[in-house]
Design a binder for this molecule. Structure first.
Ligand SMILES: [Zn+2]
Length: 448
């Protein structure tokens, strides 16, 4: 990639093997503490890699045995500046081996990819973090500000036994931290340029929708299934669930989405008319990333679970459903009012989980440093802000007043359906993307 020796070469030389080894730790998070495994072993291995390069580490269990986390800090040259948190989660979602081309915990390095569960979510970034941290220590590099590297448990089940526990119980680990980077951002999206060439946009996550899991409950009159019953809880609930599932919430253009669409329009020459009833259709021209982008235009309330009854000929007294709701910044009160209107008086609702959105602006020295690091490694790069429709550990860290970004840099092949790899079958990361990302991260952390 570069003709002269790059200070990142040392990190680049070991990142692929680090990611492969990380994948071989089966850290499947089932959502149930009893069956979740591997985090402690993986965390201790990460600590050993850091200690080998001269770091002191702290191993912390977050709220239950085996929920392993590792922290280390590299002192910067200017202690008056706030520290930067670089965070990655060690757990992964489970994988069904029969569905895969390779074993999901093999970490196979084949056809230019590292394969396995966690390859993009997010043992890729974890491997890059370890490689760069080791390289900085070996070279005796003092970064401009304190760097706090955090490797945490339980992100895939919401961080109750990970980031949220750490924020509530061990805020000392984040002393002096003002800004953070983690998943899901820094990856490239190739778009056609208006002049015929191509442009690589690097999507920096500056915002996340709020995550609210809502339980609906309908009450009716229990009775025999053979008789007329005009107060059937199953019927009442089903009508409300169908109404919510089909509902389209109003279009609300947040700053991150507006800036993203303006940049795309400028590069591609595509007219993106935000007043068009087919805005989603225009965004679909950008390829599979539209699945995420279109989900950031509106609030969503998606039915995911239904529960009622215990026998075919018994009408139950209650019926329940769970909806996965994702709410835009600033929309919570309006969203709840709209929901109440839709569900009516016969169904009650409660939050199972309610985590507010995260939002920051796309400006300042840290954004400049991301930009410079990407341009140093890809002269055709352009950074753009975007909003993630899902949630990450940034929700927990922002509770400490930390300004959070998604920045886990990867240069991806134009035709790779990147968003489908998250939690997907045959999850894999290009070797080239890893070596590229390691160079970018090294540049960024030495100039942040
Ligand atoms: Zn993740």
């Amino acid at each position: 990639m570069t003709a002269f020796p790059d200070p990142a070469d040392d990190a680049v030389g070991e990142v692929v093997e680090l990611v492969s080894t990380l994948i071989r730790f089966d850290t499947s998070n089932t959502g149930e503490p009893d069956t979740t495994k591997g985090e402690a072993e993986c965390a201790r291995w990460v600590a050993a890699q850091l200690e080998e390069a001269g770091y002191e580490t702290e191993y912390v269990e977050s709220g239950a045995p085996g929920r392993g986390n590792v922290f280390t800090r590299l002192r910067g040259s200017d202690p008056s500046r706030g520290a930067l948190l670089i965070h990655g989660h060690l757990d992964v979602v489970p994988a069904e081996a029969n569905d895969w081309s390779v074993h999901p915990f093999s970490g196979a390095i084949e056809d230019g990819y590292v394969w396995g569960r966690g390859a993009v979510d997010m043992k890729d970034m974890v491997g890059m973090m370890i490689a760069v941290a080791r390289s900085l220590a070996r070279a005796g590099i003092t970064p401009p500000r304190d760097l706090v590297f955090a490797f945490v448990a339980d992100e895939e089940a919401g961080g109750k036994y990970g980031a949220h526990w750490l924020v509530e119980n061990r805020p000392d680990l984040f002393a002096g931290v003002t800004e953070a980077i983690g998943e899901v951002g820094g990856f490239s999206l190739t778009v056609p340029r208006r002049d015929g060439g191509e442009r690589r946009l690097y999507l920096i996550e500056t915002a996340e929708k709020g995550l609210c899991w809502m339980r609906l409950r309908a009450h009716g009159r229990a009775g025999h299934g053979s008789m007329i019953n005009d107060d059937n809880a199953v019927t009442t609930l089903a009508e409300v669930v169908a109404r919510l599932g089909r509902h389209r919430f109003p279009l609300v253009l947040t700053e991150a989405v507006a800036q993203f669409l303006a940049a795309v329009s400028e590069e591609t020459g595509l007219t993106i008319d935000v007043d068009s009833p087919d805005l989603e259709g225009m965004i679909e021209k950008l390829g599979p990333m539209a699945r995420i982008l279109n989900a950031t235009l509106r609030d969503t309330a998606t039915p995911t679970m239904l529960q009622a009854g215990y026998k075919a000929n018994v009408i139950p007294a209650t019926a329940e459903a769970v909806l996965d709701c994702r709410v835009l910044p600033g929309r919570q009160a309006a969203f709840e009012a709209e929901i109440d209107e839709l569900i009516g008086p016969d169904v009650t609702r409660e939050w199972v989980t309610n985590l507010p959105p995260v939002e920051t602006t796309f400006d300042g020295d840290l954004v400049e440093a991301m930009n410079a690091a990407l341009l140093a490694c890809d002269p055709d790069a352009r950074t753009v802000p975007y909003m993630l429709s899902g949630g990450t550990d940034a929700k927990a860290f922002s509770e400490l007043g930390i300004r959070c970004f998604g920045f886990a840099p990867l240069r991806l092949p134009p035709d790779l359906d990147f968003s489908a790899l998250f939690h997907g079958v045959d999850e894999r990361v290009p070797v080239d993307a890893l070596t590229f990302g390691t160079r970018v991260l090294h540049h960024f952390l030495t100039h942040c």
